[in-house]
Design a protein around this ligand. Structure first.
Ligand SMILES: [Zn+2]
Length: 465
């Protein structure tokens, strides 16, 4: 695994970790995908809202860092008074007031209600992220579905659409046309809300070259060297936001990390179960690039895998193995024209009704899942493992066994306990992570966002242009 360096070593916040890679999602210059970048004064025509400021380098750099610290602190902790922000960030209150004013002018934070809790004297006005103007779009393409959604700055889903699609049966171009349809609908919907989409991240399985926006190999789709970002841009036409491409497990890990409460998750491993099994980890607050954990040799039956080898873990615990064990081929749960969420809900209902075949299938998956997770614990030493995809849907049947197994394998009773949990973000968490990735440059450098012409003083009364 290659560690992706962070660009904000000074920032003490959780969240300064997020993937900063060769596309330059932070740092300087304009990334290969044309995503608006920081550090240079060049405005990005593609985004329309980002602009730089000509300032002495050290002063500009300090301000960028402080604005970023404030914005991330609000994302992590919710609405705060200026006094609390000053105490939490260690910045003088006068500096905090100036920074908050700056962020308000850019439409990134807003003033809200008065903080009367425990206040002595005059109550303080709370400051919070402003979710009204800017959003990021995540588009996930899986073997049997596409999901497109938009998140505002606060991480709230403002638009979501999902469609069942038999991706392996289509050419990459045909599949990407379906994605482009949903993305175009999404861009139109957020524009109707008065919001600006900074970028679109296409999230896919397999190995991805983010710099060129290429899906190198996605065995479960049969894709090889598909220039997905270029194709999607061409389909969306002129004026579309920048398009990035990211691996689904990495996006999912980011979404889980940002959704996880508290600071105890700086070492997190995310494992997602679908037709393929993917994983990514966050270590010391930094997103590590994903690895082919689905192809660890852990299948006790040594069955053939789509990768051309035999005995891969994803053959033992992947969705197809579960479906095959749980239902006959003619059963509706195998019908790829039906949305996976519906098919899984059907199987969950059977499990809850005590259907012996479904429960037996889950018990076998639970055993093999626990085995693989214990290997990941030994190799990666996380404090938390989050299960996503179909594993999360059946969390109550899988998590306990995995937790017991991992506990039993603990080297000593004094060793820190690894917590196994199911994702609470649902089947769209990779798309949510993709959308979060598009917002990262903005959290890294809020000063790259243009001051809103119509917001002179900010505040809840300010209206869009
Ligand atoms: Zn394999």
């Amino acid at each position: 695994m290659a560690k992706i360096s962070t660009g904000l070593g000074q920032a003490p916040e959780r969240g300064d970790h997020v993937r900063q890679d060769q596309r330059g999602t932070t740092g300087t210059g304009t990334g290969a995908a044309g995503h608006p970048q920081t550090g240079t004064a060049a405005p990005s025509a593609a985004s329309g809202i980002m602009a730089g400021y000509p300032e002495p380098a050290d002063k500009a750099s300090l301000r960028r860092t402080n604005l970023s610290v404030m914005l991330r602190h609000l994302r992590e902790n919710g609405a705060q008074s200026r006094t609390h922000l000053a105490a939490a960030t260690g910045l003088p209150k006068a500096t905090v007031s100036v920074l908050v004013g700056d962020l308000i002018q850019r439409g990134l934070v807003r003033e809200g209600e008065l903080d009367r809790a425990g206040a002595v004297g005059r109550p303080h006005r709370m400051v919070d992220l402003d979710g009204r103007w800017i959003c990021g779009v995540g588009a996930e393409i899986g073997p049997d579905h596409i999901t497109v959604l938009a998140l505002d700055l606060r991480g709230t889903v403002v638009h979501e659409d999902r469609r069942a699609l038999d991706v392996p049966a289509l050419t990459p171009q045909a599949a990407l046309r379906e994605v482009a349809d949903l993305v175009a609908d999404c861009l139109s919907a957020v524009a109707d809300l008065g919001m600006h989409a900074v970028a679109v991240t296409l999230v896919t399985q397999g190995s991805v070259d983010a710099a060129s926006g290429t899906v190198r190999v996605a065995t479960n789709f049969g894709w090889h060297d598909v220039r997905a970002a270029d194709e999607l841009r061409a389909l969306l036409g002129p004026g579309c936001p920048p398009v990035l491409v990211e691996n689904d497990a990495e996006s999912g890990a980011l979404a889980e990390y940002l959704a996880a409460p508290g600071a105890d998750v700086r070492e997190l491993v995310y494992v997602t179960g679908g037709i393929g099994v993917g994983g990514a980890s966050i270590s010391g607050g930094t997103l590590l690039s994903g690895s082919e954990i689905g192809h660890m040799k852990l299948d006790r039956l040594d069955r053939p895998c789509a990768c051309g080898r035999t005995g891969c873990w994803e053959v033992a615990v992947g969705l197809q193995t579960f479906l095959d064990a749980a239902a006959d081929p003619a059963d509706r749960v195998h019908d790829r024209s039906v949305d996976l969420a519906e098919r899984l809900a059907e199987l969950l209902a059977r499990a809850e009704a005590g259907d012996p075949r479904t429960l037996a299938a889950l018990a076998v998956i639970a055993d093999d899942l626990a085995l693989g997770l214990s290997v990941l614990v030994d190799v990666l030493n996380p404090s938390r493992i989050v299960l996503g995809g179909y594993f999360a849907v059946f969390g109550r049947y899988l998590v306990d066994e995995a937790q017991r197994f991992v506990d039993r394998r603990r080297i000593s009773p004094a060793a820190p306990r690894v917590v196994v949990a199911a994702s609470a973000l649902g089947l769209s968490n990779a798309a949510q992570g993709g959308a979060q990735l598009t917002l990262e440059p903005l959290f890294n450098d809020p000063s790259a966002v243009q001051v809103r012409a119509t917001v002179s003083h900010g505040g809840p009364g300010a209206e869009p242009a």
